[in-house]
Design a binder for this molecule. Structure first.
Ligand SMILES: [Zn+2]
Length: 274
């Protein structure tokens, strides 16, 4: 009898924990969001997020709130001797939080650490050649997003992308778009959408646009999106996100249906900022 009561008590405590935890997380995040935003941080973001001053006062306030939560929850790790500075953290956090601006995603729930290398880093890549032969080579990488709990960035590339905003390439936007895509545990170019009916139109538009990019790249035609988007649907979503934020007018004029899907997903219109 006592054992049964204890078992019920344990189950009750676990269930209460499961129910209460999201409430506590929300309360803690709200406290972080409304903390005063340090003026030094604001100055760093002004210098490192080219579209910052074009945001509305309401959007700036929301972005600052997200940045406070992001910096409190994610760990930055400098690699190959790199000392991670406030400038590095804020430059990365401000672009990462741009994709969350209108509450898309849940602060990248799977992500715990951001590894920052001073410049390109090398990884071993293996490819099968024929049935029994595997080729191993060292390849340079500028960033990657892992489904477990880490994201890797090259600071040199992050800086380059800040200085070249509007070229349609941005490693931080790219890797954090992968994080949104991976939120449901799968990297397939489909983030979590608002309603079930959204998935049908998303699949139709994205498949058509992806096919068109693949054909254009094959024929050597000029494209608004970088050809890397033709690698697979997951890369297509990541590259489309880079283009949406950095070349909104070109994307809207050449691919209105794709722009509309991204605008609906991010609940943002970057065309108004430029
Ligand atoms: Zn990618």
């Amino acid at each position: 009898m006592i054992q049964t009561i204890i078992a019920f008590l344990i189950i009750g405590l676990i269930l209460t924990g499961i129910l209460i935890n999201p409430v506590l997380v929300k309360r803690r995040r709200n406290r972080l969001k409304y903390r005063p935003f340090p003026p030094l941080w604001n100055a760093i973001i002004e210098n490192n997020l080219p579209i910052y001053l074009y945001l509305s006062p309401n959007e700036i306030r929301r972005l600052q709130g997200h940045i406070q939560v992001f910096l409190a929850e994610k760990q930055f790790i400098g690699c190959r001797g790199l000392q991670v500075t406030e400038e590095m953290k804020l430059s990365i956090a401000s672009v990462a939080c741009l994709v969350l601006l209108n509450e898309r995603g849940q602060y990248f729930p799977r992500l715990r650490s951001i590894l920052v290398y001073p410049n390109a880093y090398f990884v071993k890549e293996t490819t099968s050649i024929g049935k029994y032969v595997v080729e191993e080579r060292r390849v340079a990488r500028l960033g990657e997003s892992w489904t477990n709990d880490q994201l890797v960035l090259s600071w040199e590339q992050v800086k380059h992308d800040i200085d070249n905003w509007s070229d349609g390439r941005n490693v931080v936007l790219h890797e954090f778009a992968h994080q949104l895509d991976q939120e449901d545990g799968k990297a397939e170019g489909v983030p979590i959408l608002q309603s079930n009916s959204d998935y049908t139109i998303w699949a139709k538009v994205m498949t058509e646009e992806y096919q068109q990019l693949c054909n254009d790249v094959l024929q050597g035609a000029k494209t608004v999106m970088h050809s890397y988007g033709a690698t697979n649907p997951a890369e297509f979503f990541a590259v489309a996100t880079e283009t949406f934020f950095e070349k909104p007018h070109q994307l809207l004029s050449k691919h209105p249906a794709l722009y509309e899907q991204l605008q609906r997903y991010y609940q943002l219109d970057p065309g108004q900022w430029v």
